[in-house]
Each structure stands twice: as C-alpha cells, then as structure tokens.
Design a protein around this ligand. Structure first.
Ligand code: ZN
Length: 283
C-alpha cells in the first residue's frame, strides 16, 4: 500500500490543472519531490500525511482539536444522517467532476459522502490545521489541504460542486472557481438548530435560544442564482455515551456561563433537534 505522502503526490500529479498558486495566482506546473510548484517558483511541501499547507502563516482558530474531535464523533454516530442522504440525492442528479468542501473542519461530511459512493474527485480544505490533521485520520480517498477561503488555491472554472456546511462563505472566490453549470450547496442552521443545547446553555436568555439565518440567506440569493432551498428538520436520539460529545461539539458552549455549562454536563439530553436550510445555487 502506498504511503499517504506518495498518494498525495500522485493525486497532485493527476489533478495539477485544478490548482493555482495563492501567492502569485499563476498555474501550478509540477508535483514532484513531494512539492507542488508554480510557474513563478513558489513551492508548497506535502506533509507526511499527504496534505498541503497553502498558508504562509499559521492561523489560530477557536475550532480546536478537542471540539473538532467531539464533532467528529457526533457525525460518525449519525447526527447528520438525514442531511447526508439529502446531499446524496441532490448530487445524484448531476455530473460530478470535483467536489470541494469549503471549510471542511475535521472532514467527516466529505468522508461520509465518499462512503455513500458519491462519485467525483474530493478535496477538503480548512483554515484549521487541527481540522485537516483529523481529516487525514479517517478512511476515504479525499485530498486535504489548509487554505484560506478568501484566496482559494484553485483555478478559475475548475470545480463542479462546492460544499459549504456551517462555514463562512466568500462568494467572489466561489464564483471564480465554480464551473458554468456547477453548483454551490450551502447548509445553514434554522431557528431550532440544536434547540435543546441552546435551552440548556442559555436558560436565562430566551433570545439566544433561537437563531435567525435571514441575513445569510439573503446574501446567498444576492450573490448566487438560487436553484432551490429546502428546510430539513428532525430529531436525533443521543445515547448516554455521546452526552459529552454533544455538549462540546459546537461553539455554542463558548457563550454559556460556567454555571450553566456545568449544569448541562450533569443532565441528560436525550434528543437533539437538527433544523437546517439547504441552499443550492449556481453562478
Ligand atoms: Zn506562485
């Protein structure tokens, strides 16, 4: 079996035309000696795990390894099963060349789609190095990199499908890299997303118990041609084993007081509401 770094190099050789240099915006011309190189002589080294780091500085994000691993466990336990099934249906209508997860976190969504046999070349990137490191630990054939959403390392008109799941958007870059006829699929929370957690964390602050995606949805339809929007709501049974993962999987915990955090950890949340909006657009 090939080592991860050799698999990474093979992938880059086969898909050189998808990438461009984020420093000078010129073409990548070679992938050899475990380096991706551009016309102007900028080099990006493959890591032992077969990942690429496109940033020339380290970005500190609040999405640390601990939170990302709790999140990964929840996703692997099936928290987003109905969402993944929906994505599979949406994608089944299309000719897919390349799917890129724009803000992949710890990579579970892309890996789950790969295990559902969704076709196409798969690339995930995130600004969080920890996220990308966790992504490489899962099975699945996706290529992973650390990159900046405001300066994508991909060529113009090179990607058929962009996923943007609970992640910020940068529409100018999305339109640049998306092929004509390609799709952007964006998942945003709806009002009752993780309701039971919000109620536990913010028992004294009713305003924080609900979420409005109005601005995000409006921005999406201003920037893209809206093809469809669909709300998906369901509840997921949370076993006792998953309680800690649930409490620590999201940034919601940061807004909670120490007291309510402690209280939440000592009580059992048996069901959690997942309430989402699936936006599909083209450029
Ligand atoms: Zn360059």
């Amino acid at each position: 079996m090939l080592k991860k770094i050799d698999r990474g190099q093979l992938f880059l050789k086969d898909h050189l035309n998808l990438f461009r240099c984020p420093k000078c915006q010129q073409k990548m011309i070679s992938a050899s000696n475990y380096q991706l190189s551009c016309e102007q002589g900028h080099h990006y080294d493959l890591s032992k795990k077969g990942t690429l780091h496109f940033l020339d500085h380290h970005v500190k994000t609040d999405y640390d390894k601990e939170m990302l691993s709790h999140r990964q466990k929840m996703i692997q336990a099936g928290l987003y099963g109905p969402l993944l099934a929906k994505l599979e249906t949406i994608l089944a209508e299309d000719q897919i060349s390349t799917i890129v997860d724009m803000g992949c976190g710890e990579g579970s969504f892309l890996n789950e789609l790969a295990s559902l046999m969704v076709p196409g070349t798969k690339i995930g990137f995130d600004i969080s190095k920890d996220g990308v490191a966790l992504a490489t630990e899962q099975r699945g054939e996706a290529f992973w990199c650390v990159a900046d959403i405001t300066n994508l390392p991909f060529n113009d008109d090179s990607l058929s499908h962009l996923l943007n799941i609970f992640s910020p958007s940068h529409y100018r870059e999305f339109r640049r890299v998306l092929k004509d006829g390609g799709k952007l699929i964006k998942i945003v929370p709806e009002a009752n997303y993780l309701l039971e957690l919000r109620q536990a964390f913010y028992a004294d602050d009713v305003a924080k118990q609900s979420y409005s995606n109005e601005k995000v949805v409006r921005k999406f339809s201003e920037e893209m041609t809206l093809i469809s929007e669909e709300r998906l709501t369901y509840t997921f049974d949370v076993s006792e084993k998953l309680q800690e993962d649930l409490v620590k999987m999201s940034p919601l915990q940061w807004g909670a007081s120490a007291e309510s955090l402690q209280k939440t950890e000592s009580q059992l949340i048996e069901k959690i509401t997942i309430d989402l909006l699936i936006l599909v657009g083209s450029k």
